[in-house]
Write a protein that binds this ligand. Structure first.
Ligand SMILES: [Fe+2]
Length: 334
């Protein structure tokens, strides 16, 4: 009896684990009329409920029973050269539109994040240049297709365009990457309101683009390092870790020879501009304490204090440093 139950449970587990979820239309996140006057309600409704739903339905039909339904949409796209044209068009259509809805917003003037804009400035010479390149790709694309901003394998941004429902994830495009912004230039995206005037639609597009979402997508691929904008803190940390950790093992040589350097690093940390996201009184106070205590430690060493006294002072200094890191980590990002 017991073993029958066991077998039944195992069988049920196999059934559950092999249950395949069909691809579904993701929620839109705003009303059809929310993007007016830039995109009209009728266009949104048809685009979402007819075109996108159509890609989802056709994709599910095409992959049913082929084993492909067990794969993520990204995995299908990465090997799309192996599959039929129907899969290519509809998997592309489903992925592209799912991305597209998330980067549109009724919110007014969203801003790119610091981390993202830094990359844009370095790699495109400014946001306006990037927009110009995207507009250029989008208007040059003959017939139906998309213009993209993507991140390549070396974490570099690049602009491209693809025909039909192809996209940069696919193994059939000239340059592969992960798209973080896509502009739909199919006529179904703008024809009701703009007719043949694609360039008017493209100009309007920037009013409803969600730079926060694009930045988030960028940062998911190229994460920000917490203290990138506070190099003086990183510099101090370097000397701290190279002197404190040996001292824990009884080796006081590093701190005895580098205490003046530690004072200098603490000094420049004290003089540095605290990045706005960490700038609060407790952090400022702790940084000041770090500078004072570094000097005291240096004086102790010059005065040939006992090892015990030096270890205690260094360990206290290490605590102050970690208090700063802790305070910065609890700070809300904005
Ligand atoms: Fe579309």
């Amino acid at each position: 009896m017991k073993s029958t139950i066991k077998i039944t449970i195992m069988f049920m587990a196999i059934l559950v684990s092999s249950t395949i979820k069909a691809q579904t239309l993701p929620p839109l996140g705003f009303d059809y009329n929310a993007l007016e006057p830039f995109i009209d309600a009728k266009t949104m409704e048809i685009h979402y409920t007819k075109h996108h739903q159509g890609y989802v339905n056709n994709l599910n039909k095409a992959i049913e029973g082929t084993g492909l339904e067990k794969l993520t949409i990204e995995n299908i796209l990465k090997n799309v050269s192996k599959y039929s044209e129907i899969v290519r068009n509809n998997a592309g259509g489903h992925y592209n539109h799912s991305l597209f809805w998330t980067i549109l917003t009724p919110k007014k003037s969203t801003e790119p994040s610091q981390h993202f804009i830094k990359a844009v400035n370095e790699q495109f010479g400014g946001l306006e240049n990037l927009k110009k390149q995207l507009m250029d790709e989008a208007s040059k694309r003959f017939g139906s297709g998309w213009a993209w901003l993507s991140v390549d394998n070396n974490n570099k941004l690049f602009v491209s365009s693809t025909a039909n429902q192809d996209n940069p994830l696919m193994d059939i495009v000239e340059k592969q990457g992960v798209p973080i912004l896509g502009i739909d230039v199919w006529e179904h995206a703008y024809y009701l309101n703009y007719q043949n005037k694609r360039s008017d639609y493209l100009k309007a597009f920037w009013n409803i683009l969600n730079w926060e979402e694009v930045s988030k997508r960028y940062e998911n691929i190229v994460p920000k390092e917490k203290f990138d904008e506070w190099p003086e803190l990183k510099e101090f940390h370097k000397v701290m870790s190279q002197t404190f950790h040996p001292s824990e093992e009884g080796n006081l040589e590093p701190i005895k020879t580098r205490s003046a350097e530690m004072v200098a690093k603490a000094d420049s940390l004290q003089k540095s501009k605290i990045p706005s996201e960490f700038n609060k009184k407790e952090v400022k106070d702790a940084v000041n304490k770090l500078a004072i205590d570094s000097k005291k430690l240096h004086e102790l060493i010059l005065a040939k204090g006992t090892d015990k006294v030096i270890i205690k002072a260094l360990s206290d200094l290490h605590d102050v440093f970690h208090r700063i890191v802790g305070l910065c980590s609890n700070e809300e990002h904005h």
